[in-house]
Design a protein around this ligand. Structure first.
Ligand SMILES: Cc1cc2nc3c(=O)[nH]c(=O)nc-3n(C[C@H](O)[C@H](O)[C@H](O)COP(=O)(O)OP(=O)(O)OC[C@H]3O[C@@H](n4cnc5c(N)ncnc54)[C@H](O)[C@@H]3O)c2cc1C
Length: 471
């Protein structure tokens, strides 16, 4: 299989453009003008990914008269929000299993709030006419090694206990849905996940913000924050300033103007491939009529899905951290990872021999020790932030935006009382311990996958301290 796979990926990748498929479209929005003056606002939002866009949009929905300014260093949606897998999950905890483990006392509330959040995203997509191919297909996790079957059973049992439409499938049943020689079983969460076009969601939210009167300044990095004489905060950018009494910092894993956030969050590169559209015959050869998102249950997992024109996005597996949290455009390409992904793609679907990839790209995930968002504040609560969504922020960022607005306006809500919101992951150690710890964790996870899921002493120690590493 290896030798055949190796030949397949070499030609399949040869013409893949090194750019995100989702943003490679002529109808992407024209950038707004950057900020070149001094301006006042009621609320300033830093960062134009989903986190910042939802914060600005919901602030206007809550109070249409509020003057909201959003400043984005490049283009809204150019980072993770415009280049992800497009799995929009209800989970606020990077999956049910992680939530059950870390927040057993409030998982029911978190799940209820997460489902309501996904419903609210669906409603907003319709309300604002956001054309992002939203399909609430659910997601099926597949076992490709015998020990993973037990994990699927546990997830199914948790889902059933929460009253979800959940299906546990044995090998023949899962093959009825999607034909792959690697599948041994599956767990299908029928309606907790929607598939969408991530860039068109970001652009649609941006358009909705502009329509409601949010003032967006792209090409405007915030370099420094200070306190003004009147008590408001000042955002300093290369050619202008914003003065606002309230600020939401939504800069994800980027080293933003508040260094303390970086103690808890690390940038990790995740990679994906996109195929050309499948012919009807190729599609028939794999089934997949229900069009659900797919992911395997391994620690180093792949995620994959169909697009509206029946391409397959295939990503994940490698999660790569660079010493010192380095972020650079050159790191968005990683030939070794692309080749590994292509090889695994054809191992999953050997019947698609001859299919070619049109795009290959990478992007930054803001992982933290507990894999789900944490919240914090600075300047006596005038600035709030949310970060650490890891690889599941498409849906959860909207919930995080609600939390940040509750906090900024001093509201005591069910959301702000959650332990998820009040607690924080442990800070990650500084370099070089940070790199060494992440490398050891990656090695241990690969080893656990190869050894029936058995976690070594290092992973057990991490479990004990509540620290982890994931994508
Ligand atoms: C390859 C890949 C696949 C993924 N797949 C999925 C998936 O299928 N499902 C899922 O739920 N999640 C997925 N994710 C994660 C998801 O994309 C993120 O959780 C989500 O987009 C985070 O949104 P955000 O707004 O916090 O961050 P971002 O989208 O990174 O936005 C942060 C913004 O802040 C701006 N910024 C930074 N510093 C400054 C500054 N100083 N001044 C002004 N602006 C600044 C940046 O330019 C950027 O636009 C994936 C991520 C990647 C990379």
């Amino acid at each position: 299989m290896q030798a055949k796979g190796s030949k397949l990926w070499a030609s399949a990748l040869s013409e893949a453009a090194p750019t995100p498929y989702w943003t490679d479209r002529p109808d992407r929005p024209t950038p707004t003008d950057p900020l070149t003056t001094f301006t006042d606002a009621d609320l300033a939002v830093i960062g134009g990914g989903y986190s910042g866009l939802w914060t600005a949009l919901l602030a206007k929905e809550r109070d249409p008269s509020a003057d909201v300014v959003l400043v984005e260093s490049a283009l809204c949606g150019h980072a993770a929000s415009g280049r992800n897998g497009g799995f929009c999950a209800a989970s606020l905890t990077h999956g049910l299993a992680n939530g059950v483990e870390r927040f057993p006392d409030e998982i029911q509330d978190l799940e209820r709030l997460g489902r309501a959040n996904l419903d609210a995203i669906e409603a907003a997509v319709h309300r604002y006419g956001i054309d992002c191919d939203f399909e609430r297909t659910g997601e099926m996790e597949v076992a490709t090694a015998p020990h993973e079957l037990q994990w699927l059973r546990e997830s199914h049992d948790s889902a059933v206990s929460l009253g979800y439409r959940s299906e546990l499938l044995d090998a023949p049943a899962v093959q009825d849905h999607v034909h792959s020689p690697t599948y041994l079983g599956g767990w299908w969460d029928r309606d907790g996940v929607a598939m969408l076009d991530p860039a068109r969601l970001a652009w649609g939210l941006r358009r909705a913000c502009l329509r409601l009167g949010v003032r967006i300044f792209e090409g405007t990095p915030v370099q420094r924050i200070s306190k003004s004489y009147g008590g408001a905060l000042m955002l300093h950018t290369p050619h202008g300033e914003v003065r606002a009494p309230r600020v939401a910092l939504c800069t994800s894993a980027f080293a933003g103007p508040l260094p303390k956030v970086s103690r808890h969050v690390v940038p990790v590169y995740d990679y994906a491939l996109m195929t050309e559209p499948l012919t009807d015959e190729q599609l028939r050869s794999i089934g997949w009529g229900s069009r659900m998102g797919l992911g395997d249950a391994a620690y180093r997992f792949h995620y994959y899905r169909l697009t509206s024109d029946n391409r397959i996005l295939f990503g994940g597996y490698d999660a790569i951290y660079h010493f010192g949290g380095r972020i650079a455009a050159t790191l968005e390409s990683n030939e070794a990872t692309f080749e590994t992904l292509a090889l695994h793609f054809f191992q999953t679907f050997p019947q698609l021999d001859g299919l070619r990839f049109t795009h290959r790209w990478g992007g930054i995930i803001d992982t933290c020790g507990r894999f789900c968002a944490f919240f914090g504040s600075a300047y006596r609560g005038q600035l709030v932030y949310a970060a650490g969504y890891t690889g599941l922020g498409v849906g959860a960022t909207r919930f995080g935006a609600e939390v940040m607005l509750d906090q900024l306006y001093g509201l005591d809500t069910e959301r702000t009382r959650l332990r998820l919101v009040r607690s924080r992951p442990l800070p990650l150690p500084p370099e070089p311990l940070r790199s060494a710890g992440i490398a050891l964790t990656r090695w241990s996870l690969a080893r656990a996958d190869a050894r029936q899921g058995r976690r070594n002493l290092w992973l057990k120690a991490m479990d004990y301290t509540g620290l982890g590493f994931d994508s």
